[in-house]
Ligand binder design. Structure first.
Ligand SMILES: C[S@@+](CC[C@H](N)C(=O)[O-])C[C@H]1O[C@@H](n2cnc3c(N)ncnc32)[C@H](O)[C@@H]1O
Ligand SMILES: [Mg+2]
Length: 210
């Protein structure tokens, strides 16, 4: 019997011990099991590497899965700034990033990400890699900040742009769906961006900032 594409890819590229440990910690602490899927985590590493990312920003941390993937792709002197609402999640992620050897590279800012983004703008910080993966209602706000804080040539990645199918269903009109549709439309049409959206998984959208 044929393997599914997922099964085939997951056989070829198995998650390493640290990533499996992150997932186990999330499970055993009763946290939501919504880390980025393995192949897309590897895509984050790949994109950070190929874009030679030096200053990455992640919005939505959970247990540190995507943070490890991004940190693995950073340049030698690169840094990751991670925004997370919950202090206990950031503490878990910090432990995992330290275990991966990235303790010196990562800075956590706890609280609503929109506040942290405003603070980063006030500080004059800029970034060349963004991963947006927090509360969906604020995706348009996060995109505005990402474009403001982006260096020319920056990469912006948005996760879960199909909202497990809700974005695709015209009958769904809740605030998260409306916000993500707005985000997707801006990603697709903003003249400052060169963008694509992968039409499988849960809708990963990728933009390059001119
Ligand atoms: C989907 S999870 C992140 C998964 C993570 N990027 C990964 O793939 O490993 C979303 C995270 O966003 C956080 N979050 C929710 N609302 C937030 C807000 N307003 N500001 C910052 N973080 C928020 C949640 O606590 C949760 O940890
Ligand atoms: Mg996600």
């Amino acid at each position: 019997m044929n393997l599914t594409p997922d099964e085939y890819v997951n056989q070829l590229f198995q998650e390493d011990e640290l990533l499996l440990k992150v997932k186990e910690a999330i499970r055993s602490n009763g946290m939501p099991e919504v880390s980025v899927a393995a192949a897309y985590g590897r895509l984050l590493t790949f994109l950070a590497k190929t874009s030679k990312a030096e200053a990455a920003l992640e919005i939505g941390v959970l247990g540190g899965y995507s943070g490890i993937c991004i940190a693995r792709g950073l340049r030698e002197n690169g840094t990751l700034t991670s925004l997370e609402l919950k202090g206990e999640y950031a503490a878990m992620a910090r432990g995992h990033l330290e275990e991966g050897g990235f303790g010196e590279k990562v800075e956590y800012r706890i609280g609503p990400a929109a506040d942290s983004l405003e603070q980063l703008e006030q500080e004059g910080r800029t970034f060349d890699f963004f991963f947006i993966d927090a509360d969906k209602e604020n995706y348009p706000v996060y995109l505005d900040y990402a474009i403001k804080l982006a260096r020319p040539g920056a990469v912006i990645v948005g996760d879960n742009c199909f909202l497990r199918g809700r974005t695709l269903n015209p009958d769904k009109q809740g605030p998260a769906v409306l916000a993500v549709r707005r985000f997707n439309e801006q990603m697709a049409s903003d003249p400052r961006l060169v963008t694509t959206m992968l039409p499988d998984y849960d809708g990963l959208v990728l933009a390059w900032v001119k």
